[in-house]
Design a protein around this ligand. Structure first.
Ligand code: S3P
Length: 433
């Protein structure tokens, strides 16, 4: 396996066999973004271990450097970050493909007395920003940009904020986090009340950095606070483990063990979904180890209640549904149309390419399980999770050669994915023609 496969625009995978073996996945991407931003806002140094080395988090590191924050690679997978951010950035903040990066950073910038310009790649510039612009404006920030600030590049003039109580219209940890990060420098308390609770990384980490934060049911309140640097150990990303869980399930003799995973709230609900589908799967919270063995799967119904806990796992769960017996119905997932790609359309197109019958609905899809997939040519639409799902399908469930165009998107979150795929499945992988 050559590392060059991380950057190829097209990957050819020749399967299909079982996934077998044990591995660690990259550090959690959501936690990594937050660790870098809070470290940058904090007084005193922070050493982060296990940081995600994907391009998304690298963009966050480069962004905090624009504020004069010092980022040092201190070896053995550790990064030292020393702030604090005191003034506006020297230049434009480029967040690449990272929705979490730009939205959370907009919250940070809203709290700074000065001007910040935030942008990203062509995919990110199409994603809605009004969900964070609206509450940040009501706290007192001025936010402008294309289509009246609905789309990046965003121009944020921050400072002089007042705390608010806000109930996001979409279930979104990014919105919650942007508002809470801005709230650190607002006058008075800032509360976010969620209808569908989302991942809790921001409130958990704010407490670790010494902020005055309290959780009351589905409401989180932050008081104006100064952060203090503290060392952070980032656990493995459950969303990346989900690819290997499904890989193990797809072919007879499959068995995968993933170690050192984050075990906190709202990130491993895919385990429960796969259990409902009949999977032999065990997530041992004490050892933080996920074990999955090949199983015969049955269809499942996923509704709005399920989605916040599996928001990033829908493509790979849809692949599991594609080989399950019966008809899987996914609904209440309309916000997936605003992810790295329109993930309802791109997931449906991917599965159709593998010979699966899928009907798209406005807020989900209906998937008819089949016994075998046929090899496919798939377009990732610039979406790392579509690319990785297709690679798993090609390596474990579709005999023959599958080609994934737009493979380079995988480097945003999981640079060594192709190497892990080859090691676990024995599939052939080479640049696609
Ligand atoms: C994330 C929240 C989710 C998720 C994204 C990471 C986060 O997005 O899809 O990959 O780190 O807060 P939304 O807030 O848009 O649901």
């Amino acid at each position: 396996m050559t590392p060059d496969l991380d950057a190829v625009s097209s990957l050819q995978v020749t399967g299909a066999g079982p996934a077998r073996g044990s591995l660690q996945v990259p550090g959690d991407k959501s936690i990594s973004h937050r660790a870098v931003m809070m470290a940058a806002m904090a007084y005193g140094p922070t050493v982060i271990t296990g940081l995600s080395r994907g391009q998304d988090v690298t963009h966050t590191l480069r962004a905090v450097e624009r504020f004069g924050v010092i980022v040092t690679d201190v070896g053995e997978g550790r990064v030292r970050v020393e702030g604090p951010i005191r003034h506006e950035p020297a230049d434009v903040l480029d967040h690449g493909n990272a929705g979490t990066g730009i939205r959370l950073m907009a919250g940070v910038c809203a709290g700074i007395d000065g001007l910040s310009v935030l942008t990203g790649d062509r995919f990110l510039r199409r994603r809605p920003m009004d969900r964070i612009a609206e509450p940040l404006r009501s706290m007192g920030a001025t936010i402008d940009g294309r289509e009246r600030g609905r789309l990046a590049p965003l121009v944020v003039r921050g400072g002089g904020l007042t705390g608010i109580t806000y109930a996001p219209k979409v279930a979104s940890a990014q919105v919650k986090s942007a508002v809470l990060l801005a709230g650190l420098s607002a006058q008075g308390p800032t509360t976010v009340e969620e209808i569908h609770p989302t991942r809790r990384h921001t409130e958990e980490m704010l407490a670790g950095f010494g902020a005055r934060v309290r959780v009351d049911g589905h409401a989180v309140t932050v008081e104006p606070s100064e952060l203090t640097g503290t060392d952070v150990a980032v656990s493995g990303d459950p969303s990346q483990a989900a690819f290997w869980a499904v890989a193990a399930l797809l072919a007879d003799q499959g068995e995968v063990v993933v170690q050192d995973l984050y075990t906190g709230y709202g990130r491993s609900d895919f385990v429960g979904v796969l259990e409902r589908m009949g999977a032999d799967i065990d997530f041992d919270l004490a050892t933080r180890t996920l074990t999955v063995r090949a199983s015969k799967l049955r269809a499942v119904e996923l509704t709005a209640e399920d989605i916040p806990g599996i928001v990033d796992e829908v493509p790979v769960l849809a692949l599991a549904a594609a080989v399950a017996e019966g008809t899987t119905v996914i609904s209440g997932a309309g916000d997936l149309r605003a992810k790295e790609s329109d993930r309802i359309a791109s997931t449906a197109a991917m599965l159709r390419a593998f010979g699966v019958q899928v009907t798209e609905t406005e807020d989900g899809m209906v998937i008819e399980g089949v016994s075998r997939l046929r090899p496919a040519r798939v377009d990732s639409h610039g979406d790392h999770r579509i690319a990785m799902t297709a690679a798993v399908a090609g390596a474990c469930a579709a005999e023959g050669t599958t080609v994934i165009d737009g493979w380079d998107s995988v480097a945003t979150s999981y640079p060594a994915f192709a190497a892990d795929l080859v090691r676990l499945t024995g599939a052939g992988a080479e640049p696609g023609a």
